[in-house]
Design a protein around this ligand. Sequence first.
Ligand SMILES: Cc1cc2nc3c(=O)[nH]c(=O)nc-3n(C[C@H](O)[C@H](O)[C@H](O)COP(=O)(O)OP(=O)(O)OC[C@H]3O[C@@H](n4cnc5c(N)ncnc54)[C@H](O)[C@@H]3O)c2cc1C
Length: 458
Amino acid sequence: MQILKDIEAIVGTKGILTGNDVANRKAGIWIDEGIKAKAIVRPKNTEELSKVLKICNEKKQPVVPHGGLTGLAEGAITLEGQIAISTERLNEIETIDTVGRTITLGAGVQLEKAQNKAEENNLMLAVDLGARGSCTIGGNISTNAGGNMVVKYGMTRDSVLGLEAVLADGRIVTSLNEMLKNNSGYDLKQLFIGTEGTLGFVTRAVLRLREKPKSTNTALLAVNSFTQVTQFLKHIDRGLGGNLSAFEVMWEDFYKQVTTEPALNSPPLSQGFPYYVLVESTGSNQQKDSEHFEELLEEALNLEIIEDAVVSKSDSDRSNLWAIRDDVEQHYQDGPVKMFDVSMPILSMEKYITDVHEKFSENWETYKCVVFGHLADGNLHVVSGVGSDDDESIRKMESCIYDPLKSIGGAVSAEHGIGLEKKDYLGISRTEIEIDIMRTLKKSLDPNNILNPGKVFD
Ligand SMILES: Cc1cc2nc3c(=O)[nH]c(=O)nc-3n(C[C@H](O)[C@H](O)[C@H](O)COP(=O)(O)OP(=O)(O)OC[C@H]3O[C@@H](n4cnc5c(N)ncnc54)[C@H](O)[C@@H]3O)c2cc1C
């Protein structure tokens, strides 16, 4: 095929995979099928990628950016006639500035590698998620990933100071700003953050680092009502004065399953409370911060906002508490399930979950619908199962989860993106005019629709 020969002339034989080398690679971390694509192209620098995209644009050849393939919205799914372009060779950490607290690196660097580099320099990259060992900085930027510390440090967007991206026609936008403040005209990097590779291909980035916290305090709490969960959120956030770094909530049935055999974790607090909160703070003095953290929990117990608490006393206690929250796979034991990622105002959550249960019970006699999430960020995950994962069941579940979001101003994607999976539902969360502006941007930056076509919207 001529286009593959032209691309090989740019990237060399090491830079292009075809045939079984493509099919033998899994299409995603939780997808058993192999990648379907004409080829996987692996440029080793921005200039190579620029030349490749120029050719693809001239030939109207669709391409799909590939990072670590851990995305959960089918954003990196590739069709047979398409070409996947992987960032796996754009994987260098270029510089770290310990005074300005920035790291400059290639889009293909794994998140964990960037975190470790920051840590070696007594700094912290405030982006963290379960897929840290496989996902890439380019993927994190393109999905505007959320994760575990959003309540304190914001989403990936809040850690991106600058970036470099290649446009569909091969032009390179180098916008590697290192400052916190830069109002010199439009903030163009935002075009490439959270746009899932549809407006440009991210090749390099400058990320903001923070001073590494010197203390961490973690506790698991049992709470009797949703109102008390919200009272506790305000109590602890006010009391910690900006140091609240995680506020994760598990509904009763989520907690029961992850603390009952065959799950490996035993329950640190007895089962049967309606809500469990995993709360964490970071600060600067372990002894003083621990005392203050425990005082705040004691106050909450005395005020009867919380019913019971277990406080971590060591790193292994902390990992054990997080292991409960992270053991989502336990919910995959009883047949096929689908995990939903939605967001809404915190005050709408209780009624929303009641409405979702009502809708499920109207459709199925028995079903699974367990809830947990980064509650302080307005983000809930719902693991749902109805005994079958055929297309009709999935559609019906999607309608039960997404339709009630419209009236409460909720979002069909909190942190995973839209990809292919949610594009039919984008209109629930975005107005026609908003989607029209998205299309205008797409047409002006990628008139031939070659960059990740069909993702986010048609
Ligand atoms: C166990 C597990 C836990 C997770 N936890 C979280 C979580 O807490 N929060 C969260 O937000 N997500 C989470 N995720 C989802 C996923 O890890 C994130 O979406 C992540 O940011 C994807 O990065 P990636 O490198 O794997 O991207 P990929 O899956 O390869 O791609 C994702 C999207 O970005 C595009 N893309 C990739 N690289 C580039 C680039 N350089 N330029 C332009 N476009 C690009 C792709 O085309 C695709 O549309 C989790 C996933 C797993 C498996």
